[in-house]
Design a protein around this ligand. Sequence first.
Ligand code: FAD
Ligand code: EPU
Length: 339
Amino acid sequence: MLQIQENVSLINFNTFGVEASAHYFVEINHKEELAELFMDPQWKQTPMLVLGGGSNMLLLNDFAGLVIRINIRGIEHRISHTDIHVEAGAGEVWNDLVNFCIARGYAGLENLSLIPGSVGASPIQNIGAYGVELKDVFQSCEAFEIATCQFKTFTKADCKFDYRESVFKSELKGQYIIVSVKFLLSLVPNFNLKYGVIEQELTARGITKPTLKDVSQVVSHIRVSKLPDPSTIGNAGSFFKNPVISTAEFSPIHQQHPEVVNYPAGDGQVKLAAGWLIEQCGWKGKVVGNTGTWKNQALVLVNHGGATGEEVYSFSSQIIDSVYTKFGVTLQREVNIIS
Ligand code: FAD
Ligand code: EPU
């Protein structure tokens, strides 16, 4: 029997650690409970927030509707020659799945080590790190359609993955709840060590033939050195996306700032490091009231204690304004703003 609770504090359900309450709150442990929930027409008309680990959202106010916390567990795996088929429940912790695979020699997720949050949220923004994105290992996902109470399978093509984007964040926003994700991994590692300092760090450790575990440990080490741990300082990772602009837009910026950190993004486009842009505007490590940017990574906004969602949001607007004034580039928020 589903337990719908009322006036539940969300402070421990969002990694920013902002105080906000949910008018109604329900935890889903089995996918069948979604059909049970939405059989009551009341919930189809109530504003809804699907919640995984709360590590990519900023709650601006108390949530006046129903918060649906996804806790569907289970990991199944099957070997076919060198291919590994893994299916995980949406409520599994992402990094537990990564560790599960690494322990068994299943390659593909190692560069995505230590990303917070749930398996079910991983397709929403096509999580990515250190040169790998979810789409590189994704096979399909199963999602519950709220309007029809039916389950539907989404292939990789259906998901329209892009940099920090998917169909679930755009045209189908709010219409589906992901209940499980299938991955295609391999027994034969195809290491991607080119990004950032992975190779450098492996060399420093004297590792010439890395294992999956080595790569995972190095990625985790680099992440810990740059990113604040949400259990001690509230944050949701990168607050903004790295802006992707045309070469025509890039040219005058490059002329004025030859040191601008940039990467080719295909189709005549250039990706800029938002952290660099923000740092150049003097924001790195700045503390403003209860909020600020992280001292080692200006792209991460933090809650120094007691910050409200509105406070963080208004600080992020200041950053957007100053980056626009200095570089003519408009930063887009990566974190989901919940009002
Ligand atoms: P939540 O914050 O709970 O939800 C995020 C969004 O997805 C919301 O809109 C929510 O409604 C929706 N959603 C959640 N679950 C479901 C579901 N089952 N069905 C439908 N919709 C759902 N991200 C990266 O891509 N790369 C990184 O390197 C990275 N590093 C991070 C480092 C730190 C320290 C932190 C705090 C965050 C980082 N993130 C990173 C962001 C975050 O970890 C990911 O976006 C993650 O996928 C969010 O998972 P979650 O379960 O916490 O999602
Ligand atoms: N930089 C600065 N100052 C800063 C931060 C960065 O100058 O304060 C410059 C440096 O030159 C650095 C470059 O920006 O080399 C890139 O920085 P980093 O390697 O830390 O990566 P990022 O582009 O800032 C992205 C993702 C992260 C992901 C890392 C590693 C986005 C929005 N962010 O950050 O994802 O972990 O790459 O792949 O794409 C997240 O989405 O929450 C997240 C943390």
